[in-house]
Design a protein around this ligand. Structure first.
Ligand code: SAM
Ligand code: SF4
Length: 326
């Protein structure tokens, strides 16, 4: 599928739940988060139907996300069904890692290719402060289990926040000297209101890069396969790589290759778009695969050229990141 700006769209992110066992301060508040009711959550059968049509249209990579996807029952069977779709799309998962240690082997056996684990601090107290929960050791055990289960190369997602954890960029970068991981730094996105950090706490890509340069010379890496907006580098002498995702400070939209489906069945052309197509209602009215394909095509055509995060009139939307899937 090509959008109106000639971008190839071959990647679908499916959020399977808006619930989470952490409360990261850049993503959701501690309390007052009404969860989508069970009836309003897409069933696995419904998600599979959308995925099947998307694969027919050329989607080659499907990422399962949330909320925290590992809190939803039945995930392993869902992965197994997805991986058996025709054309065998690559199936990946983004997780906070808390429940990964026990699930890594079954996920691999079900056909999962790789995992991205979100981790914002290597310091236990700071981890607890940022996520409002304990659990750093558990996440590290999860990463080790995923690596042992051959779910690599492991990608670690870090959101550096000025005055909170941005001083750990070098520590995270150093991990790539001893592990073949890809440590990816994602700029903080003020996607919704009511978060604990302010847009002024965004730590820009240029500073992330400068901090990494302090460790060793950085060389840009060639990318192959299905590539999105991350810029990938290698620190001289490192086993792994580092990635920088300049979500806000630079326009990364030219490389956008994805559609998003929220847990309550809304198809979103852009992370920051308020324009959604209500696939849940349409599916439950008994729509045909042809109509589903038409709506996926419409969402691709609706993709904006770029997000409006830096525009003077930008206002954060109602959905928080845990409700979109990141
Ligand atoms: N719970 C899983 C996790 O944390 O990996 C999956 C869902 S989470 C919403 C997906 C990604 O979004 C995570 O890597 C998280 O760090 C990122 N994220 C959440 N809120 C963000 C924000 N305001 N700015 C930038 N990234 C954010
Ligand atoms: Fe949960 Fe992921 Fe959001 Fe953290 S970033 S609160 S782990 S959904």
């Amino acid at each position: 599928m090509r959008d109106s700006f000639a971008r190839k769209i071959d990647y679908l992110r499916i959020s399977i739940t808006d619930r989470c066992n952490l409360r990261c301060r850049y993503c959701m508040p501690e309390v007052g988060v009404p969860s989508v009711g069970h009836q309003a959550v897409m069933s696995y059968e419904e998600l599979l139907r959308v995925a099947r049509v998307a694969v027919d249209l050329g989607v080659r990579k499907i990422r399962i996300t949330g909320g925290e996807p590992l809190v939803r029952k039945g995930l392993i069977s869902f992965v197994s069904e997805l991986s058996r779709l025709p054309q065998h799309p690559e199936i990946t998962l983004t997780t906070n890692g808390l429940l990964l240690a026990d699930n890594a082997v079954p996920l691999k056996q079900a056909g999962l290719s790789r995992v991205n684990v979100s981790l914002d601090s290597l310091q236990p107290e700071r981890f607890a402060e940022m996520t409002r929960r304990e659990g750093l050791d558990q996440v590290l055990r999860g990463i080790a289990a995923a690596e042992a289960a051959d779910l690599g190369p492991i990608k670690i997602n870090v959101v550096p926040i000025l005055g909170v954890n941005a001083d750990e960029i070098a520590d995270f970068g150093r991990l790539t000297f001893v592990h073949p991981w890809q440590v990816r730094f994602i700029e903080f996105m003020p996607v919704s209101s009511g978060l604990d950090y302010t847009p002024e706490q965004l730590y820009p890509a240029s500073k992330i890069e400068a901090d990494l340069q302090q460790l060793a010379p950085l060389t840009r890496e060639e990318r192959h396969g299905i590539v999105g907006p991350a810029r990938i580098y290698r620190l001289q002498g490192a086993q792994g790589t580092v990635g920088i995702i300049p979500a806000v400070s630079e326009h990364f939209c030219g490389d956008c290759n994805r559609l998003r489906l929220t847990a309550d069945g809304q198809l979103r052309p852009c992370l920051f778009s308020q324009q959604e197509i209500d696939l849940l209602s349409i599916l439950r009215q008994g729509c045909s695969d042809e109509l589903l394909a038409e709506l996926l095509g419409k969402s691709v055509r609706d993709k904006p050229e770029r997000h409006g995060l830096r525009d003077a009139d930008y206002t954060p939307g109602k959905r928080r990141m845990h409700g979109i899937g990141g």
